[in-house]
Design a protein around this ligand. Sequence first.
Ligand code: FES
Ligand SMILES: [Fe+2]
Length: 428
Amino acid sequence: MRLLSSCVSSTPADAKGGLSPPRRAPPRPFSAITLPPGAFRIHHHQLAQRSAFRNIYLHDLRIPHPIRPYSDESLLTRPKSRHIHNAARHTGLQENDLTQVAPRFAARSLAPQPEGTDGLFSQTWFPVCRSDEVVAGQVQGFDFLGGRVIVIRDDDGQARVLSAYCPHMGADLCTGEMIDGTVRCPFHFWRYDADGRCIATGSGDPTPPTARLFAFPTAERYGCIFAFNGETPLFDIPDFPDAPKKLIWKTGEYDREMPADPWVICCNTPDMQHIQVVHGISFDNGMPHDRVEWTPHSMVYEFDGTMRDGSAIRFRVGIFGANIYWQDGYIDGRWFGFVAPMGLPRPGNSRLFFTVGVEDDGSDPPAAREFLDAMYALEVHVATEDLPIIEHARFKPGTLTRSDQTLARFLQYLRDYPRAHPSAAFIS
Ligand code: FES
Ligand SMILES: [Fe+2]
């Protein structure tokens, strides 16, 4: 596994087959895009000027709210096969047809299993934390997949995600120290290198060959540190191959966990009904159901549209894995990219990150920064429209209609999505 650079200041712009700008309109004053009054308190802070993070700065979204428990008990107890079978019998359709456009008889049979069902989780890149939360020379601990991991930086500054519990007697290594590039357990001073190997015991006893930590495939992108839930990544974290060459980025985090699995939140993307009515986006050429590109690990579609305020947009939007929202496109002829990866600290809870990128060719940095801020505010505003709905919903996809055909297929995609938990014995 190649460790990726944490620097996201630019992306190659030479890939083929991407979007071209839609019709150009005169630039609008981006200050016209505002957040709902009182919806967010935004705290600004600048990242320390480290070379790896030069073009990232962070806004934290601090929203003081209690976390409401989300009950997905009904999903856990839902007998999938019986409902599908009965629906097929009542409608005369093949069982496979029911997963394309589900009639009401298939209600309560369409939901994917909650994360953690049978001890398994989606095999995807989960963001574990923000980049700025992990400083070289320190050990940081985070909840992940219902267990614990530590995140460190190796001698080259590359982030590593390792299981947190010491194989000797179970101390949480987040309370240990970094000594000469190794993690030293606080309990008996065993030491682990950046690959998770035990290289010394505190007593001088030989190191047991079985004494090792689980080393997740790790990548640092978009101001976040990702761990892949698996031995080998099944896909790459999405890039922006058609973006301008010189980009600046802004990364933030929703300040509380959402009481839903990431895949539940991701169901917004193929949900074309809600895109129209909640976000006020009209599709210029009808709902783009037939323009969705599916792979076993992603779905992406492209559309031209008009936003509620009249802005012309040309977007490619999609989901990678079961938790990464990706958006690439133009607003009024100007490119910007957006990624919202969702972490899974424990089943039924998501940690939400937002990253927006815009071009800064150096000709007018304040204007580039203003556009960046405006696009960030736009995406936060869109999230403001979605999250209260998701937070209070009991997600039960049941009576779907024709407009839900892409959503229905996405639910099938999720039901088929590979799950595993190779680190279970290490992080729990
Ligand atoms: S528990 Fe870690 S060295 Fe003993
Ligand atoms: Fe939405």
